[in-house]
Design a binder for this molecule. Structure first.
Ligand code: S3P
Length: 175
C-alpha cells in the first residue's frame, strides 16, 4: 500500500478545503481529482457531463486513479461520486489511508447551494437528490474508508489534525 492520505465523502463535506489545509500545514503535496480532470480536459465538470454524460466523467476518474498509483506521500482529495465503481473503491484503498468526511444533509445543502458547479444538483429539488444519493452512497463510503470523521462541530484545523494523527498511527503500525 502507498502512503497517501485520500479524502472521500459527499459533495460539500469539505474535502478540497481540508485537503488544502493538510497540504499547507503539513507540507504534503495536494492532488484534487476534480481539479486535475478539469485541467487535463480543458473543460469544466458541468461541460463534461453535458457533452459526454456522467459515465464519461466516471471513466476519467477511474483512469486518474490508475495513474495515481505511482504517487506516494500526497494528499488526494476526490469527487463525491468516486466511490460508485467497485474498481475505484479497490484502487482508493490501494493508494493509502482513506478518510471519509461526514456532514449533516442540512449542512451539505447549505454548502452546495452557494455555487453552481455541481451538475448532479442542478435540478428542481437538490435537497431530495442529496438525501437519495447519501442513502445510496453512505455504505460505499463506509466500506472504502479506514476512518470516518463527523465534521459538523469541528473546525477545519481540528479535522486536519485528527486526520494526520490517525494516518501517522496507521502508517506507523504497518512498518
Ligand atoms: C460529484 C461530485 C463533485 C464532482 C462531480 C460529481 C458527485 O465533486 O466530482 O460534480 O457525483 O458527487 P465534489 O464532491 O468535490 O463536489
Amino acid at each position: 500500500m502507498q502512503r497517501n492520505i485520500i479524502l472521500i465523502g459527499f459533495m460539500g463535506t469539505g474535502k478540497s478545503t481540508i485537503g488544502r489545509n493538510l497540504s499547507q500545514t503539513f507540507g504534503y503535496p495536494l492532488i484534487d481529482t476534480d481539479t486535475l480532470i478539469v485541467a487535463q480536459q480543458g473543460r469544466t465538470i458541468s461541460e463534461i457531463f453535458e457533452s459526454e454524460g456522467e459515465e464519461a466523467f466516471r471513466d476519467l476518474e477511474t483512469n486518474l486513479l490508475h495513474s495515481l498509483r505511482k504517487h506516494s506521500g500526497h494528499i488526494i482529495a476526490t469527487g463525491g461520486g468516486i466511490i460508485g465503481r467497485p474498481i475505484n473503491r479497490k484502487l482508493l484503498r490501494e493508494l493509502g489511508y482513506v478518510v471519509w468526511l461526514i456532514a449533516r444533509p442540512s449542512e451539505i445543502f447549505e454548502r452546495t447551494s452557494r455555487n453552481t458547479n455541481r451538475p448532479l444538483l442542478e435540478n428542481d429539488d437538490p435537497e431530495r437528490t442529496i438525501r437519495e444519493l447519501l442513502e445510496l452512497r453512505t455504505p460505499r463510503y463506509r466500506d472504502t474508508a479506514h476512518l470516518g470523521i463527523e465534521t459538523d462541530n469541528l473546525s477545519f484545523d481540528e479535522v486536519a489534525t485528527g486526520i494526520i494523527e490517525s494516518a501517522r498511527y496507521h502508517f506507523g503500525s504497518q512498518e
